[in-house]
Design a protein around this ligand. Structure first.
Ligand code: ADP
Ligand code: MG
Length: 233
């Protein structure tokens, strides 16, 4: 595969939430190059999380194509789409979604249980998890701690390690820095970029915070790529 080919492409995608005042969104054409760090900016309620759910295949568009590494998610069965997501995408959620009573180590290793291809890329799970923790600036000895006892900043780094383990080609982050102050965000993003690039992965992050823009290869305003409709009753 050549370096210039897209890891992600959306073409003529339309999705409509159901219910009164239903929010609808249309993306005519959007793509991300392999290895890019891309920031998608938009106000709260502009459809950022809906957009990411479409890319992850947790919701299915009513029409259009969503290609991740040249595979059209819309043509996969639900089971295949779940496996494909596990192999291809490392996710960092806004609320981190760590298992609070499980250890940091078990949280970081979780994706390997669902993805044989990511597991195959990790020779020694425990030492890989330890190396990722150090690379993300977490203290030694954190692996045995319960995830729910950590500070917000530490939980965010654990969530990043979990997304990065097994080097999935695409890392997707939904406002992972919104709970942190500006200086902590900047340091976290530098560490995240270093590890994304060491893995040869691509990073797509969404945020409402335009101050982060300088750090990314590419910045896109969601309003420039997405048409939205909100029916009023
Ligand atoms: P953002 O992440 O930019 O804040 P979202 O994609 O979460 O925006 O939400 C955009 C709009 O989509 C919301 O205002 C709401 O109308 C609709 N929406 C989001 N999630 C749901 C849902 N689970 N059910 C119904 N409508 C939803
Ligand atoms: Mg959101």
């Amino acid at each position: 595969m050549s370096d210039d080919h897209s890891i992600l492409r959306l073409k003529d995608v339309h999705y409509q939430w159901s219910g009164p005042n239903a929010f609808g969104l249309t993306i005519l054409d959007f793509h991300i190059k392999r290895g890019e760090t891309a920031l998608l900016l938009g106000a709260s309620g502009s459809g950022k999380s809906t957009f990411l759910s479409l890319i992850c295949g947790t919701i299915t568009p009513h029409s259009g194509k969503i290609l991740v590494d040249d595979v059209d998610l819309t043509t996969l069965s639900n089971g295949k789409r779940d496996r494909f997501r596990g192999d291809q995408i490392g996710l960092i959620f806004q609320q981190f979604n760590l298992l609070p009573y499980a250890s940091v180590l078990d949280n970081i290793l979780l994706p390997l249980r669902f993805s044989p291809s990511r597991k195959a890329k990790v020779d020694s799970p425990n030492s890989t998890a330890a190396r990722l923790c150090v690379a993300l600036g977490l203290p030694q000895g954190i692996l045995e701690k319960q995830a729910g006892t950590l500070s917000v900043g530490q939980q965010q780094r654990v969530a990043a390690a979990r997304a990065l383990i097994g080097a999935p080609p695409l890392i997707i982050a939904d406002e992972p820095t919104s709970a942190l102050d500006a200086a902590t965000q900047t340091v976290f993003l530098e560490l995240l970029f270093n590890q994304t690039s060491a893995n040869g992965s691509t990073l797509l992050m969404v945020s409402h915070d335009a101050r982060l823009a300088d750090q990314f290869d590419r910045v896109v305003q969601i309003a420039d790529i997405v048409e939205t409709t909100k029916e009023t009753v």
